[in-house]
Design a protein around this ligand. Structure first.
Ligand code: FAD
Length: 278
């Protein structure tokens, strides 16, 4: 008699994890489980089996090269709090609680693909790239455009998110969010900013169905940084670029206002950091 394949795979290497996923294409990948487990509890997700990444050492750790910060996808959020990139560190610092941050991984946050998740705007502002590994090998794609709808990404069948690559950045970068309370609450609205070589790159969370950024907004933010645009102009540019939802937590109108205020706040911080502000 043939026995059914075990419903829970606990691979120890990346190769084993890829094979386990190929053997069980319907299985749910679990990293920290801080999304998957509540979803199962609340019955908003069904699972036909699991491939756990918890024992895969290759999926943990942060390394730096001359040009890049490379964060393995299974790195816990708690380990990001002191990374060199200040937007990512700040977004990690305000994610959940110490207990959640110990279990939650950067890869799980990205793969949830929900517009209110903390790390998404930080990665977009940082111009991050993603490493995806499947049976055919590894490919690298820009994070910009990877999330195609709430909860949906461009990951291929049998692929795992294996690493996130951020251009190294030692200058001003930051993240700000508003929510009903500081701890254990997802962002009602959030903004990340990265300033380099006199230019500002902003990205917005819960500002549309997917993380939002816009060249037009960045042009006005850069002009505000060097004193040739006003805060009102930046708020107007943000208002034109975003399409936030109305839900039981907040109205679209409130979110538009919050996104504009946070954007101006971060650019003013960048001005102060650059010695340009008051
Ligand atoms: C009490 C509490 C508070 C929270 N507060 C916040 C908050 O303030 N901000 C916030 O952004 N989030 C918050 N979260 C949500 C959650 O903690 C994060 O999104 C976390 O980063 C998810 O990571 P994980 O490893 O636990 O994901 P998991 O639950 O393991 O997985 C999440 C999704 O990603 C997929 N996945 C995971 N890893 C990979 C991979 N390497 N390749 C392919 N697919 C993968 C899984 O299949 C699943 O669909 C909170 C959760 C809880 C329980």
């Amino acid at each position: 008699m043939l026995l059914a394949a075990p419903r829970f795979a606990l691979p120890e290497t990346l190769g084993e994890a890829i094979t386990a996923l190929a053997d069980r294409p319907d299985a749910t990948v679990v990293a920290g489980g801080t999304e998957v487990m509540p979803d199962l509890l609340w019955r908003t997700r069904r699972a036909e089996g699991f491939v756990s990444l918890r024992r895969v050492r290759e999926l943990r750790g942060v390394t730096t090269t001359d040009d890049e910060l490379v964060v393995a996808a299974g790195t816990p959020v708690a380990a990001l709090i002191h990374v060199e990139h200040r937007a990512l560190a700040a977004a990690a610092t305000s994610l959940g609680t110490p207990l959640v941050r110990t279990e939650a991984t950067i890869g799980g946050n990205v793969m949830s693909a929900l517009p209110y998740r903390n790390l998404l705007p930080a990665l977009l502002a940082a111009d991050a790239a993603l490493e995806l590994t499947g049976p055919g090998g590894t490919r690298t794609v820009p994070f910009d455009g990877f999330v195609t709808a709430p909860g949906v990404t461009a990951i291929g069948p049998g692929e795992l998110l294996t690493a996130l690559r951020l251009p190294r950045h030692r200058g001003f970068a930051d993240y700000a969010k508003v929510g009903r309370r500081n701890a254990q609450f997802v962002a009602t609205a959030s903004v990340a900013a990265v300033a380099a070589a006199g230019r500002v790159r902003l990205a917005f969370g819960n500002a549309g169905p997917t993380p939002v950024r816009s060249d037009a907004v960045d042009a006005v933010a850069t002009a505000l940084l060097d004193g040739t645009a006003t805060p009102e102009e930046l708020r107007a540019a943000v208002d034109a670029a975003v399409d936030p939802p109305t839900d039981p937590v907040a109205s679209a109108e409130y979110r538009r206002h919050a996104l504009g205020v946070l954007a101006v706040r971060l650019v003013v911080r960048a001005q102060v950091d650059a010695g340009l502000g008051s």
